[in-house]
Design a protein around this ligand. Structure first.
Ligand code: HDL
Ligand code: ZN
Length: 440
C-alpha cells in the first residue's frame, strides 16, 4: 500500500484536515485517504483459518481461478476434458504458459496475478512457477492471511457459508472459532434455488419438509435457519438468483423466501442479499467457469422491497443493463442497498460507469465494491484496482462540487470514504451478538 507523503511546504501547502482544499489538491488527498482507510469486503468466498483446506491461497489456486480458466480455453488447444484430467499444478502450468508466457497478461484477471506477484516482490515474467511456488509454500496460513489483508487495506472479510455443503457443514458442527477479521453469511442457494435436490438433507436431520415445500415445510425451514444463525451469527443471508427470477410467482423457492427466509431475517434483524442475473452453466464443460449473465426483470426486486418494508435487501446485479434501474430503485426504497460491481461487472470500464451513476443518483448511500475473492491473495489486486479506478471518479465529484460553489476538506472526504467503504456495510450487517428474540 502506498504510504501517504507530503511534498515540501513550498510545493504543497500542508493542509490541516479542516482546511478547504484547492482543486489541485483534491486528487492527492482522495488518493491518500483511500490508501489509508481500512475497507470492509462485504462479499467474498474466502474462509478464516478454522476452515482449513476450504480456504484457497497461493500461486496454483490464483492461476486456476475460474475467470482464468475461461480465458485459458480461448488461448490454448487444450480441451476442457483434457484440462480437467490434469493435476492442479499441471493446470496452473498450462495457464501460465498460455496466458502469461505466450501472450501479454493484459486482461483484468491475468493482470491481477501479475500485481500479486509484484506485491510479494516475486518475478512477474518467469518462464515457470518454481520461485512463486517456493515462496507461497513457505508461508504459514494465519500470518499470511494477516499480511495479505493488511496489503489489501481491508480489515473485515465477509465469507459465503453453505450449511448444506457437506464439507463445510461438518466443520461448523465440529465448532468454528470466531476470527475477528471474518464474518459468516448464511448462503441459501440450495434451499431457494435447488430445493428439489436438497430437501431430503433437511428431512434426514429431522425437519418435517417435503419436495413441494408444502405443509409445515416453511416453518421447519425457518427453524433450520434459526439453528444455523445461532451457530454462525451471520452478517446477512444471501442467494444468487437467475436472470429469470420472478416475484411474485407460485414456486417452492418463493414460498420458502416469503414464509421462512424473510421472517427469519426480520427476527435476526439482518439483511437478505440478492445477487440477481446469473445464467447458470451455459457451458457445463467449463464447470465453475460455465456461468453467464442475463438481464433480469427487476420488478421482482421492486415487489419485494415494497411488500416487505421491514426487510432490508443488499443487492448486486450481474447485467450491465440492470445497473441504472438498480440505482433508480434504490432512490425509491431505502430498504434497498446496492453493493459492488459483481463478477463480469468488476472491470475498470464498467466499474467507472456504475460508480459514476451511483454517486450521481445516490450520493454516498451505497456500497461501491466487494472483491468476490475466491483465492486469498486476490484481495490485493481487487482492492488496489478499486482504489485506482474509484479515486479519480471521487475526485471529479469533488471538483464539480467545488466548481459549483462548495469546497471540501480532508476531513469531509474521509467521512465520505469511510461511509462508502466501511460504515454503510457495518450499519447494514447484523452484529455478532446474540440474535434478537423479538419476532417481527
Ligand atoms: O454466486 C456468487 O457468489 C458468485 O460470485 C459466484 O461465486 C461466481 O462464480 C463468482 O465467483 N463470481 O465472481
Ligand atoms: Zn460471489
Amino acid at each position: 500500500m502506498k504510504t501517504a507523503y507530503l511534498k515540501s511546504t513550498d510545493q504543497m501547502a500542508i493542509s490541516s484536515d479542516g482546511d478547504l482544499l484547492a482543486e489541485t489538491q483534491i486528487p492527492k488527498v482522495v488518493e491518500e485517504v483511500l490508501a489509508s482507510t481500512q475497507f470492509v469486503d462485504i462479499h467474498t468466498h474466502l474462509y478464516s483459518p478454522a476452515f482449513g483446506k476450504l480456504g484457497l491461497w497461493g500461486i496454483d489456486e490464483l492461476l486456476t481461478y475460474h475467470y482464468l480458466e475461461a480465458e485459458f480455453f480461448r488461448s490454448s488447444d487444450t480441451t476442457p476434458q483434457q484440462y480437467w484430467a490434469l493435476s492442479k499444478r499441471e493446470q496452473a502450468d498450462r495457464i501460465w504458459q498460455a496466458l502469461f508466457v505466450e501472450n501479454n497478461p493484459i486482461s483484468e484477471a491475468t493482470r491481477g496475478v501479475i500485481a500479486v506477484l509484484k506485491a510479494f516482490q516475486l518475478p512477474t515474467d518467469s518462464a515457470d512457477l518454481s520461485e512463486a511456488r517456493s515462496f507461497f509454500e513457505a508461508q504459514s496460513v494465519e500470518a499470511h492471511i494477516e499480511r495479505v489483508l493488511r496489503m489489501a487495506g481491508i480489515d473485515l472479510v465477509v465469507m459465503t457459508n453453505d450449511p448444506l455443503d457437506p464439507a463445510e457443514g461438518e466443520i461448523w458442527l465440529s465448532g468454528v472459532a470466531n476470527h475477528n477479521q471474518f464474518r459468516a453469511v448464511l448462503r441459501l442457494d440450495r434451499i431457494l434455488i435447488t430445493w428439489p435436490a436438497h430437501w431430503q438433507v433437511l428431512a434426514s436431520q429431522g425437519f418435517q419438509v417435503d419436495q413441494q415445500a408444502s405443509g409445515k415445510s416453511a416453518q421447519e425451514v425457518r427453524r433450520f435457519l434459526m439453528e444455523w444463525a445461532e451457530r454462525m451469527r451471520p452478517a446477512y443471508m444471501a442467494v444468487s438468483l437467475p436472470d429469470t427470477f420472478q416475484y411474485p410467482s407460485e414456486t417452492a423457492g418463493n414460498r420458502l423466501l416469503k414464509e421462512a427466509v424473510l421472517p427469519a431475517c426480520r427476527e435476526m434483524q439482518i439483511p437478505l442479499s440478492l445477487m440477481i442475473g446469473v445464467r447458470k452453466q451455459v457451458n457445463p464443460s467449463l464447470r465453475l467457469a460455465g456461468d453467464a449473465v442475463g438481464k433480469a426483470d427487476l420488478r421482482a426486486l421492486e415487489n419485494l422491497c415494497r411488500e416487505f418494508p421491514e426487510n432490508r435487501f443488499l443487492v448486486s446485479v450481474l447485467s450491465r443493463e440492470n445497473q441504472h434501474e438498480l440505482c433508480v430503485y434504490a432512490r425509491k426504497f431505502n430498504n434497498l442497498m446496492p453493493f459492488g460491481c459483481w463478477w463480469f461487472m468488476n472491470n475498470p470500464s464498467i466499474v467507472e460507469e456504475i460508480t459514476r451513476e451511483r454517486l450521481e443518483m445516490l450520493g454516498t448511500s451505497f456500497i461501491p465494491q466487494h472483491s468476490d475473492a475466491r483465492v486469498l491473495e486476490q484481495v490485493i489486486y481487487k482492492w488496489n484496482n478499486t482504489r485506482r479506478t474509484i479515486g479519480p471518479i471521487l475526485s471529479e465529484s469533488y471538483r464539480l462540487l467545488t466548481e459549483d460553489g462548495r469546497g471540501v476538506t480532508r476531513r469531509s472526504i474521509q467521512g465520505d470514504i469511510t461511509r462508502l467503504f466501511r460504515s454503510n456495510a457495518e450499519a447494514w450487517m447484523g452484529s455478532r451478538a446474540i440474535i434478537s428474540e423479538a419476532p417481527r
